[in-house]
Design a binder for this molecule. Structure first.
Ligand SMILES: Nc1ncnc2c1ncn2[C@@H]1O[C@H](COP(=O)(O)OP(=O)(O)OP(=O)(O)O)[C@@H](O)[C@H]1O
Ligand SMILES: [Mg+2]
Length: 221
């Protein structure tokens, strides 16, 4: 298994009362699987993804990614694992304004120097995402959908074990959405497990398994 989450819960305080954002969620994802999660706004999807990505510590439960328990890792080990083996596309924009498109895409390789982050590979993926003419531009001159695609290319560049995408096509048109889903599909065929939160019905058919989140609980279908 690439990802094994057991009995994950996250409780926040709201007006002094405990509030369950994620409630006893267990989930396993294997190599090359494409899994999607739907659910209403506020149902706990982004909170769950942050926990699965090792960015947020759950109130209880365990997450193993690539066979390693996040809780057993130090900060540096955890961020190394995240940077090298996990692609995370956050909800909303996450590109840095003072770097060009190409520099943004290569950023994870700047933090932890290693093979695989060549300009050539980056330019090839930018081309597949329709962004090649924009490689030397700064984000200020990009549209919202273009910035989102930059974040997607950045997450895919390292051929991660797991790609986590939080509403990746929220601001994309139908054609671009299809192109992005095809990029995800081909990553999955190459062995990358994909976990995607989506509100977009046209994207769920790419997934082999779909779940629905309701008030912090995850159910199949
Ligand atoms: N840091 C926090 N402190 C307190 N409550 C929080 C915090 N983060 C999220 N919440 C609450 O937890 C619930 C779940 O939030 P989350 O962002 O996971 O929802 P979501 O399903 O991703 O929604 P959307 O579809 O709108 O993105 C919400 O009610 C939110 O207000
Ligand atoms: Mg969300």
């Amino acid at each position: 298994m690439i990802l094994e989450a057991r009995n994950i819960a996250k409780t926040y305080l709201r007006g002094g009362m405990p509030f369950s954002a994620v409630d006893d969620v267990s989930l396993e994802i294997g190599e090359g699987e494409f899994v999607c999660i739907e659910g209403r706004s506020g149902s706990g999807k982004s909170t769950l993804l942050s926990i699965l990505a090792g960015l947020l510590t759950p109130t209880s439960g365990t997450v193993r990614f690539g066979g390693k328990d996040y809780a057993a890792l130090g900060d540096r080990e955890r961020s190394f694992l995240r940077n090298t083996k996990l692609g995370y596309i956050m909800q909303g924009q996450s590109v840095l304004p003072n770097l060009t498109v190409l520099q943004n895409v290569l950023l994870p390789f700047t933090f932890f120097r290693r093979d695989g982050g060549s300009d050539q590979k980056a330019l090839g993926l930018l081309d597949r995402a329709g962004l090649l003419p924009l490689a030397e531009q700064y984000p200020a001159s990009l549209s919202g959908g273009e910035m989102r695609r930059v974040a997607i290319v950045r997450a895919l560049l390292a051929s991660p074990l797991l790609l986590i995408a939080d509403e990746p096509t929220g601001d994309l048109d139908e054609t671009t959405t299809r192109e992005i889903m095809e990029l995800f599909e081909s990553a999955a065929k190459g062995g990358t497990a994909v976990l995607m939160v989506t509100h977009d019905k046209s994207t769920t058919r790419y997934a082999g398994r779909c779940f629905t989140m309701r008030s912090g609980k995850l159910t199949a279908g």
